[in-house]
Write a protein that binds this ligand. Structure first.
Ligand code: ZN
Length: 241
């Protein structure tokens, strides 16, 4: 497929091998995301070297593993690093099992929302098995800014609610009933494409799978899907294509 510049709205370059980083596919801008203090540090280093947009955050899975004792220091690092967004942050009710887990995750998520508010940055949301709960917390915290539901795997109703609240939906290239409905109903202006590489696809050219999927379901030509999703991501992360 012939196309202009594409944007992978969510990947983890800090988890790529050195060889992969030296040989990234051309014509695709990766928006790389941190998820822990260690990952954030590596993300900043790589993003500055490659001059690509990046987001920094403390993900719920990280909080379950590392606790919140050093949260102040971790947040200071995020604030000092001038990221394009705060994330990935949110709730994970797959890895979180108990009420204590959920409470801890929510506490840290709320801290991340406050941080994004004070830095005037958008939020990249991880919402595994907790899509509506994430939206409840955002609403309750009075969040008014832009946010992106990364690797969204919830229902069409959930996606529509997120969009009503000012959010955009990030689409991975994995076929699923709910995802198909979302692509069919949510306007392309509210969608971005991602790989979550190296976890979902191995490399950022996996973004072509997402673009093809959206094109197949919506009937919009691949070229246009690539172009509009790239513009949406650039607007969200505040960079020029
Ligand atoms: Zn991710």
């Amino acid at each position: 497929m012939a196309h202009g510049i594409l944007v992978d709205a969510h990947c983890h370059l800090d988890s790529f091998t050195k060889a992969q980083l030296e040989d990234l596919p051309h014509g695709i801008i990766p928006c790389t995301s941190g998820y822990s203090h260690g990952s954030n540090q590596k993300t900043v280093e790589i993003a500055k070297k490659l001059k690509v947009p990046f987001s920094l955050g403390i993900a719920p899975q990280t909080v379950l593993k590392e606790g919140r004792d050093n949260l102040g220091e971790w947040m200071q690092f995020i604030a000092d690093s001038s990221p394009n967004a705060v994330g990935e942050v949110g709730l994970d009710h797959h890895w979180g099992k108990t009420e204590e887990d959920f409470a801890l995750e929510e506490e840290v998520f709320r801290e991340m929302i406050l941080l994004a508010q004070s830095l005037k940055l958008p939020l990249v949301i991880h919402s595994r098995k907790a899509e509506s709960k994430c939206l409840d917390v955002l609403e309750d915290a009075g969040w008014k800014g832009p946010f992106m539901m990364h690797f969204f795997a919830g229902t069409l109703d959930g996606a529509a609610r997120a969009v009503d609240m000012g959010g955009i939906i990030s689409i991975v290239g994995l076929h699923a009933k709910n995802r198909k409905k979302i692509i069919g109903e949510i306007p392309l202006e509210k969608l971005v494409v991602e790989t979550d590489a190296p976890y979902v696809t191995r490399n950022i050219d996996g973004v072509l799978q997402s673009i093809r999927y959206i094109s197949e379901v919506s009937g919009i030509p691949e070229e246009e899907v690539g172009e509009v999703t790239a513009e949406n991501a650039a607007r969200f992360f505040n960079f020029h294509l």
